[in-house]
Design a protein around this ligand. Structure first.
Ligand code: C2E
Ligand code: CA
Ligand code: CA
Length: 345
C-alpha cells in the first residue's frame, strides 16, 4: 500500500543518513560526511523518470533548507511553488524584454540648505495580475536567472535619460547589483549610457553595496576606479549592516556613504545606533565623503541626524519615491523639501 511504501522509504532514508553520518578514517584524519535526501513515490508523485527526478530535486531542495542530514518527501505544494517561480521568471523576462520595468525616484535633500540635490532611481514592476511586486523580490529573481545585466543596463539608461531633463545641479543615483560587476562589461555599459543620454558624467551616482566586495576584491576595486575615471560618483549603500568594513575606505575613496535605514530607525532609542552614525560622520569628514541618512521618517530622527553631522537626508519625512513626472514638478517648483531641516540645522 501507499502508506507502507512511504514508511519503507522513510526507513531506508534514515538508514542511509545514519550510515553516511558515521565518521570514517582516511590515511591521516577522521572524516565526516553528510547527506540530504529528497524522496518521491511512484505513481503519486509522477509517472515518468523526468517528472520523478524533477520532483525528487524539489524535495531535496526542501530537505537542504531544513538543515543538514534531513530527508524530505515531495508534496504538491513544492511543485506549485516551483511552478509559481518559473511563471514569475517568465513574466519578468517578458517585462524586461518590452522595457516594462519602471523607475520611481526618491529625492535626497542636503542638510543645509534643504534643497533636493539628487534623486535615487528605484525599480518598480507592476505585475498584470499580482499588482506591484517588491523590488527586493524581483531584483533577486533577476539575479538568480541571469537577467540582472540586461535589467540593470535598461534602468541605468532610462535614469540617465530622465535626469537629463532635470536642473543641472540635480544628480541621479542608480543602484547596482554586485553581480553586474562580474559581467566584465559594466564599465562599457555605463560609459555608453552616459554618452547616449548626453548627461554630464558627474551628475551620475552609482550606489553599490558591500556585497560586491566579497567575491573578487581586486577586480571589484579596479572597476570602481574605472567608473570613477569616467567622472561619475560612487556611493556605498546600506552602510552599517552586514559586514561593512572600514578597510573599504582605505582601498577606495567613495564619494558618499549611505547609512542604512536600520541605523536610522534606532537612532532615537539606541545609543549604539547614534554612536555608529557619529563615527561614520567622523569618517566622512576626515575622508571628504558626504554622509547620507536613508529612511528618515520622523522629525526627531532628522534632528539627531542633522546634529550628528549627516550632510544629506532621504526618507518618507521628505518624500516617498514618486513618478518621474511628479519629481519633475517638484524640481520645477523648487520645492524646499528640507524646510524643516534648515530650521533644525
Ligand atoms: P535601498 O537601495 O536601500 O533603497 C531604499 C529602500 O527604502 C527603498 O525601498 C525605499 O523606497 C525605501 N525607503 C526610503 N525611505 C523610506 C522611509 O522613510 N521609510 C521606509 N519604511 N522605507 C523607505 P524599495 O524601493 O522597496 O527598494 C528596496 C531595495 O531593492 C533597495 O534598497 C535596493 O536594494 C533594491 N533595488 C531597488 N531598485 C533597484 C535597482 O534598480 N537595481 C538594484 N540592483 N536594486 C534595486
Ligand atoms: Ca540604494
Ligand atoms: Ca538600505
Amino acid at each position: 500500500t501507499a502508506a507502507r511504501l512511504r514508511e519503507r522509504a522513510d526507513e531506508v532514508a534514515s538508514a542511509i543518513l545514519t550510515s553516511v553520518a558515521e565518521p570514517f578514517k582516511t590515511g591521516r584524519v577522521v572524516a565526516h560526511a553528510g547527506a540530504s535526501i529528497g524522496i518521491v513515490l511512484m505513481p503519486e508523485d509522477g509517472h515518468t523518470t523526468g517528472q520523478l527526478r524533477e520532483n525528487a530535486d524539489l524535495a531535496l531542495y526542501r530537505a537542504k533548507q531544513m538543515g543538514k542530514g534531513k530527508a524530505c518527501f515531495f508534496n504538491a505544494e513544492m511543485d506549485a511553488a516551483a511552478q509559481d517561480r518559473r511563471k514569475l521568471e517568465t513574466e519578468l523576462r517578458e517585462a524586461i524584454e518590452r522595457d516594462g520595468i519602471e523607475l520611481a525616484y526618491q529625492p535626497v535633500v542636503a542638510a543645509k540648505p534643504g534643497q533636493i540635490t539628487s534623486a535615487e532611481a528605484l525599480a518598480r514592476w507592476t505585475h498584470p495580475d499580482r499588482g506591484p511586486i517588491r523590488p527586493d523580490i524581483f531584483i533577486s529573481l533577476a539575479e538568480e536567472c541571469g537577467l540582472i545585466d540586461r535589467l540593470g543596463e535598461q534602468l541605468l539608461r532610462r535614469a540617465c535619460r530622465d535626469a537629463q531633463e532635470w536642473p543641472d545641479h540635480v544628480r541621479v543615483a542608480v543602484n547596482l547589483s554586485p553581480l553586474q560587476f562580474l559581467s566584465g562589461s559594466l564599465i562599457e555599459t555605463v560609459r555608453r549610457a552616459i554618452d547616449d543620454s548626453g548627461i554630464r558624467a558627474d551628475r551620475v551616482q552609482l550606489e553599490v553595496t558591500e556585497g560586491l566586495v566579497i567575491r573578487d576584491v581586486e577586480r571589484t576595486f579596479e572597476q570602481l576606479e574605472a567608473l570613477r575615471a569616467l567622472g561619475i560618483q560612487v556611493l556605498i549603500d546600506d552602510f552599517g549592516v552586514g559586514y561593512s568594513s572600514l578597510s573599504y575606505f582605505q582601498r577606495f575613496p567613495f564619494d558618499k556613504v549611505k547609512i542604512d535605514k536600520s541605523c536610522v530607525d534606532d537612532i532615537v532609542t539606541s545609543r549604539a545606533a547614534k554612536a555608529i552614525v557619529q563615527a561614520v560622520v567622523g569618517l566622512g569628514e576626515a575622508l571628504d565623503m558626504g554622509v547620507v541618512a536613508e529612511g528618515v521618517e520622523t522629525e526627531e530622527q532628522m534632528r539627531i541626524l542633522v546634529a550628528s553631522g549627516c550632510t544629506h537626508l532621504q526618507g518618507y519625512l521628505f518624500s516617498k519615491p514618486v513618478s518621474v513626472h511628479t519629481l519633475r514638478k517638484m524640481l520645477m517648483a523648487k520645492r524646499n523639501l528640507g524646510a524643516k531641516v534648515s530650521k533644525a540645522a
